[in-house]
Design a protein around this ligand. Structure first.
Ligand code: FES
Length: 180
């Protein structure tokens, strides 16, 4: 998919600026065409996931265990809420912790995703878990396993690193066709 420069404000292989607390900061970008599974060519994800090649999205969803997890944990790897190496170390720790609870990730209770920014940009690594709507700060490598264990436990009391709690509303269903 090619995103036209007028939508991104960034020319292919070029640079732009980004507003931060400290002012405008240059952002160097390189546009890379995703492959059929949405990964950048040559990335670890693209190379390490041959089992997804040629599969439909529904089949990929099954491979990933869609329908089996009850929490989606997003963790920011920086660069504004934390240094990127610190964010990546936390991300690796999250992955290790989730895998410890469920060696078969398709059965994992927590689906984990790293992201580039959750728009908090302070006291990171920042993480948020849905549907609980729990926001965490300082999710460092040392704290990551504890956050995963906390979410895995289903505890509702606030975690010491929790700074906001805004659960998603319950899903709205279309109703029963039988009229009951
Ligand atoms: S860079 Fe992490 S929340 Fe913005």
């Amino acid at each position: 998919m090619v995103v036209p420069p007028h939508l991104t404000g960034v020319a292919a292989g070029g640079s732009s600026t980004r507003e931060t607390d400290e002012g405008r900061r240059p952002v160097i970008t390189r546009r890379i065409e995703p492959n059929a599974v949405g990964c950048r060519p040559g990335s670890l994800s693209a190379m390490a996931k041959p089992e997804r090649k040629g599969k439909s999205l529904a089949e990929i969803g099954e491979i990933l265990g869609f329908g089996n997890f009850d929490t989606h944990l997003f963790i920011c790897t920086g660069p504004d809420c934390c240094d990127e190496p610190e964010g990546m170390a936390a991300w690796q720790a999250v992955k290790r912790a989730v895998k410890e609870f469920n060696p078969d990730l398709r059965q994992a209770k927590i689906y984990r995703t790293k992201v580039g920014c959750l728009r908090v940009c302070s006291q990171g690594p920042i993480a948020v878990a849905y549907p609980q709507g729990k926001w965490f700060h300082s999710v460092t490598e040392a704290a990551a396993a504890d956050i995963v264990a906390y979410l895995q436990s289903g505890a509702t009391a606030p975690h010491p690193l929790e700074f906001a709690n805004h659960p998603l509303p319950p899903p709205v269903h279309g109703g029963d066709a039988s009229g009951d």
